[in-house]
Design a protein. Structure first.
Length: 136
């Protein structure tokens, strides 16, 4: 979007639960550890793998063995997120959930770290709202 030229609304939300997509071929059990798998860009049950972001616990049983399905996750902590516009040049993608995001200017965020300061952690991406960031 570029540098701000006027005020914009501050979009703040508090999340204790979040609906994510359970990866195809997986089954979630209520109370099981829910992790975001960046290689699948979806939630899976916890396993020994290095590119996982721990979200919290599954809040329901969901069988996605034949196709990806939505699943409710009780987050590991209440998250205060703010929505920011996604950078058009180096955007934050669905595979970047759980990663640090960086300032481009006074409103846009990016996944590119070179010469930029960390603003926070990405929790969700939306084509309309932008990037849900937990500011650090």
């Amino acid at each position: 979007m570029g540098v701000m030229a006027k005020d914009r609304p501050i979009r703040t939300e508090f999340w204790a639960y979040k609906r994510y997509t359970l990866a195809s071929g997986k089954k979630a059990y209520k109370g099981g550890i829910a992790v975001y798998d960046e290689s699948a860009a979806a939630v899976i049950p916890g396993e020994a793998q290095t590119d996982l972001f721990v979200l919290g616990l599954f809040d329901e049983q969901v069988d996605a063995t034949s196709a990806a399905k939505p699943v409710n996750v009780q987050l590991k902590k209440e998250v205060r997120i703010r929505w920011f516009p996604n950078d058009g040049t180096n955007p934050v993608l669905a595979t970047d959930i759980g990663k640090s995001v960086y300032l481009v200017n006074d409103q846009d965020v990016s996944i590119l770290s070179t010469g930029r300061s960390v603003i926070g952690i990405a929790w969700a991406i939306d084509t309309v709202k932008g990037v849900a960031v937990e500011m650090v």
